[in-house]
Design a protein around this ligand. Structure first.
Ligand code: SAH
Length: 215
């Protein structure tokens, strides 16, 4: 795969920095992972613009600056086992795979999981496992996690996900009604409970129950 021209890539990284993605490790991962590989057809030429784009199953690949800000907020370390809820295109999981030891990503649409697995194989991202499941229940068989990132909006942080976070662990999740502006929050699990911190307004597709009907 060729990837973008050097100038396109520089502009992509410059736009990320100017929108607050200042962490060197996060920028390095976003430089390494070609967003163009995760966007198909008509929209692929817009892959390096800072906007969400349509993917299969009526879903969207998030805006790169939002991916960067969420990844930065997650404070991933190389020892971490990370859970992502909402695989979508696989782009966020691919970036996490460069920063963490192990990434589990859960998606309710089987087709998106199949396509993401193919991409991870093709790109040699061997530390990602993509699972077809309703991620609002987490992934009990791999719990607990050091970090959890939810890339669909819930009304509140789902209880099973809070329960699957290690003490000292961090979860980043957009919360709020799906048809209004939501707030990205960071939850830290302490020895005695949970600390909540608001990061910024965001807009995500809703976290839905059950599996998608795409087969
Ligand atoms: N992180 C993605 C973008 C996610 S869009 C990327 O980098 O491209 C949100 C995704 O969450 C959609 O694909 C949607 O199908 C999925 N989703 C919504 N509710 C879910 C649930 N309960 N369990 C798993 N995935 C869910």
């Amino acid at each position: 795969m060729s990837g973008p021209a050097a100038e396109t890539k520089m502009q992509f990284l410059y736009a990320l920095r100017s929108k607050g993605v200042t962490d060197a490790r996060v920028l390095g991962a976003m430089e390494e992972i070609d967003r163009g590989a995760f966007v198909r057809g008509l929209f692929s030429e817009r892959a390096y613009e800072d906007m969400p784009l349509p993917i299969a199953c009526g879903q969207t690949i998030s805006q790169p600056s939002v991916v960067g800000i969420m990844t930065k907020a997650l404070q991933v370390t190389p020892r971490d086992k990370v859970l992502e809820v909402g695989t979508g295109s696989g782009y966020q999981a691919a970036i996490l795979s460069r920063l963490a030891r192990r990434v589990y990503t859960v998606e309710r649409h089987a087709r998106l999981v199949r396509e993401a697995r193919e991409l991870f194989d093709r790109l040699g991202l061997v530390n990602i496992t993509a699972v077809i499941a309703d991620g609002s229940h987490g992934l009990a068989e791999q719990a607990p996690f050091d970090r959890i990132i939810v890339t669909a909006a819930a009304e509140d942080p789902p209880g099973p996900l809070l329960a699957q976070l290690k003490i000292g662990g961090i979860m980043v999740v957009p919360v709020g009604q799906s048809d209004t502006v939501q707030t990205l929050i960071r939850v830290r699990r302490t020895a005695t409970g949970f600390d909540y911190e608001e990061i910024r307004p965001v807009r995500f597709v809703p976290l839905l129950e059950g599996l998608g009907k795409d087969g």
